[in-house]
Design a protein around this ligand. Structure first.
Ligand SMILES: Nc1ncnc2c1ncn2[C@@H]1O[C@H](COP(=O)(O)OP(=O)(O)OP(=O)(O)O)[C@@H](O)[C@H]1O
Ligand SMILES: [Mg+2]
Length: 234
């Protein structure tokens, strides 16, 4: 199926914000709509020779690694130490090669209708001592989906993320609010409104803290629908 956008970069306002959960749900949703979806995580830390994030997405897709793409293309860099890529690489006497990531990105973009790339932490995370993740996203001109928290503190984090992306002319598709329903409803509803208004980007919906795969897939349905529409019209 032909898509208007060939790739999507899923970033978060922080680590542990739900990027992997959203990537997995989105990959599954789009794949069931007949779209040939690829997945990629440029740098996975806290992992040896594999990526828990990629494994999660594969399980959501019901696919095995080798069935979809070579593991070295799915996760070009994996490091043991759970830290920022620049540090995790350094501790293993290595350095992330931006060229290698760019090459694996283009390979997977060519193979799929849509490649979903999961970010690493937030947008200003360093890949090397002098290159930030956001520099690479800007060079590749990938549209971005921001996964952010629903509750208190999210206005500042989300608007800062939007500002950093906008400053580099990176297209922002919109936001997904995660962990909804855990705080005051008044705050959560207003967060979505005020961030969309000031950030000038749409919210694709919010996902509550779920305790089963069925609930997750169910709740993601309307969010997936909104993202698919945006992917084909942006
Ligand atoms: N809506 C949700 N309901 C229940 N649990 C969730 C939800 N969203 C995320 N989680 C859980 O929170 C944790 C962090 O989420 P996730 O791994 O998706 O974050 P991340 O942004 O991908 O983190 P990283 O920066 O490490 O890649 C995971 O254990 C995940 O299962
Ligand atoms: Mg993740």
């Amino acid at each position: 199926m032909s898509m208007k956008n060939k790739s999507l970069f899923v970033t978060g306002t922080n680590t542990g914000i739900g990027k992997t959960v959203i990537c997995g749900c989105l990959a599954r949703y789009l794949s069931r709509k007949g779209i040939n979806v690829g997945i990629q995580k440029w740098v996975s830390t806290g992992n040896r020779n594999s990526s828990d994030d990629i494994d999660y997405c594969l399980s959501m897709l019901g696919r095995e690694k080798e069935e979809i793409d070579n593991p070295l293309l799915l996760h070009p860099y994996t490091f043991d130490f759970p830290a920022s890529p620049h540090l995790a690489a350094e501790l293993e006497g290595q350095q992330v090669s931006i060229d290698k990531i760019v090459e694996s990105y283009h390979t997977l973009v060519r193979r799929h209708d849509l490649l979903i790339v999961e970010g690493v932490g937030g947008v200003l995370v360093p890949l090397t001592g002098d290159r930030l993740l956001i520099d690479l996203v800007a060079n590749l001109a990938i549209p971005v989906l921001i996964v952010t928290d629903s509750g208190l503190g999210t206005i500042n984090h989300t608007l800062l993320t939007i500002e950093a992306l906008t400053k580099r002319d990176i297209p922002i598709l919109g936001m997904v609010f995660n962990f909804a329903g855990k705080e005051d409803k008044i705050i959560e509803e207003d967060n979505r409104k005020i961030i969309s208004r000031i950030g000038k980007r749409p919210s694709f919906g919010s996902l509550s803290k779920v305790d089963s795969m069925e609930a997750l897939i169910d709740e993601f349905e309307p969010i997936g629908k909104n993202i698919l529409k945006a992917l084909n019209s942006a």
